[in-house]
Design a binder for this molecule. Structure first.
Ligand code: GN1
Ligand code: MG
Length: 344
C-alpha cells in the first residue's frame, strides 16, 4: 500500500508531491521514491521510508546516529554521497502519522544502481572500496557518539542464545522439519565462540561500523560504474570491521540471491576483487588482529545469517518479510550452502 499523500507533504514544505512509487528490495523497512515539484517548477526526487518499529524500537536513536554520521562525514574528505536526513518544516528528522508509524526522507541518488545480484569483479572492487571509504572516514568518529540501534545486533552469544531458545520453544512446530539445518548450524558454534572471545578480551577495536554491507546497500554510477553512495545507515553503530567484511563476502561472492533455492557456488574473481578494493582503502586503519581475522569474520557472518533466518523460521516468521511460508528456510539453506563452499 502506498503512503498517504500527507506523509510526503510532511517533508516537502511548499513543494508539491507528484508521484510515489515503491523502491528497493529491503527485508525490513518500506521504501518509496517520491517525485515532487519545487516552487520554482523543477522536478526532483527523494526517498521516503517507513521505519519498521518492530525491528527499530527507538527511531530517534536511528536518526541520531545517521545525523551524527552525516555531520562527521561532511567535515572529512569522504568523497561519496551523504545520507543527510531531509527535515520536516519544523526541523524534525521523523514524521509520525496517525497510526504512529515513523517516516523519514533522504536524498535520492539518480542515475545509479545497486549491484545486488552477481556483481562483476569491477563492481565488487568499487563497492568494497566504497564500504572501505565509509569505514575509514568514520574511524575518526568516537564510537561513543552513537548508540546501538538494535541491541546485541551482531553479538555472537546473544544470537546463539536466541537460536537455542527458538529450538527449545518450537513456537511454529517446525523443529522436526529442520533437524538437518539445526545440526549444521550447531557445527558452527566454535566460530561464534571464537568471535565472542575476540570481543570479550578486547582484542577487536570497537568501531563505528555499517553493519549491513550487502551488495544492495551501495550505489554505483550507471554512467561510470564508480561508487556514488553507501546507503541504509540504520544499523550504523559501534561494532567491528569483521562483520562489515563478512557481509560483503556473504553477498558479493555467491552466484545468486540469498533466497534462491539450490546449491550456491562461489565466484572467486568477485572475492579477490572485493578483498583488493576493501584492503586498498582500510589497510592503514586496521590493526593486525582485525586484519588476521577478516576471513573468520566472513565465516561468522554467513553462519550468523543462516542462524538468523532459521531462528525466524522456527519462531514463525516474525522478523523478516517473507513472500511464501518456507521463505526463511530456503534462505537459511542458501546461507548454509554458501558457508560450505567458502574457501576462507
Ligand atoms: C535485513 O532490510 P535489509 O535487507 O537491509 C537485515 C540484515 C540482513 C538482511 C538479509 C536490521 O536487511 O541484517 O543481513 O536483511 N537488517 C536488519 O537480507 O536486521
Ligand atoms: Mg538494512
Amino acid at each position: 500500500m502506498l503512503p498517504e499523500p500527507q506523509i510526503a507533504r510532511a517533508f516537502l514544505g511548499s513543494a508539491e508531491a507528484l508521484r510515489i512509487q515503491p523502491c528497493g528490495s529491503g527485508n525490513i523497512n518500506d521504501t518509496y521514491l517520491l517525485t515532487f515539484q519545487t516552487p520554482a517548477g523543477e522536478e526532483q526526487q527523494c526517498i521516503l521510508q517507513r521505519l519498521n518499529q518492530r525491528v527499530f524500537a527507538q527511531p530517534n536513536v536511528v536518526m541520531h546516529n545517521i545525523q551524527a554520521a552525516a555531520e562527521h562525514l561532511q567535515n572529512t574528505d569522504y568523497p561519496l554521497g551523504i545520507l543527510t536526513p531531509i527535515l520536516t518544516p519544523d526541523g524534525n528528522t521523523l514524521y509520525q502519522d496517525a497510526q504512529q508509524n515513523h517516516w523519514r526522507a533522504f536524498p535520492y541518488f539518480a542515475q545509479s544502481y545497486a549491484p545486488e545480484r552477481l556483481p562483476t569483479p569491477d563492481e565488487a572492487y568499487e563497492a568494497a572500496r566504497a564500504y572501505g571509504l565509509f569505514l575509514k572516514a568514520l574511524a575518526s568518529c568516537p564510537a561513543e557518539t552513537m548508540q546501538e540501534t538494535i541491541p546485541y545486533f551482531h553479538d555472537p552469544r546473544h544470537r546463539w542464545a536466541a537460536f537455542e531458545a527458538a529450538v527449545e520453544r518450537n513456537l511454529a512446530g517446525r523443529v522436526a522439519q529442520c533437524k538437518a539445518e539445526i545440526a549444521r548450524i550447531c557445527e558452527q558454534q566454535t566460530t561464534f565462540e571464537a568471535i565472542a572471545r575476540l570481543k570479550e578480551t578486547g582484542q577487536l577495536p570497537v568501531r563505528i561500523a555499517h553493519n549491513d554491507t550487502k551488495a544492495g546497500n551501495v550505489l554505483l554510477s550507471l554512467e561510470t560504474g564508480k561508487a556514488v553512495a553507501v546507503i541504509d545507515w540504520d544499523t550504523l553503530m559501534p561494532g567491528t570491521v569483521l562483520s562489515d567484511f563478512g557481509d560483503m563476502v556473504r553477498t558479493f561472492v555467491p552466484d545468486g540471491y540469498e533466497d534462491e533455492p539450490g546449491d550456491v557456488q562461489v565466484r572467486l574473481p568477485a572475492l579477490q576483487a572485493l578483498e583488493e578494493g576493501f584492503l586498498e582503502i582500510v589497510q592503514e586503519v586496521l590493526t593486525l588482529v582485525e586484519h588476521q581475522h577478516l576471513r573468520l569474520g566472513a565465516r561468522w557472518i554467513v553462519a550468523e545469517q543462516a542462524l538468523r533466518f532459521l531462528t525466524d523460521y522456527l519462531n514463525g516468521d516474525i522478523y523478516y518479510k517473507i513472500r511464501y511460508p518456507e521463505h526463511n528456510l530456503v534462505r537459511a539453506r542458501n546461507q548454509l550452502s554458501l558457508l560450505k563452499k567458502l574457501p576462507l
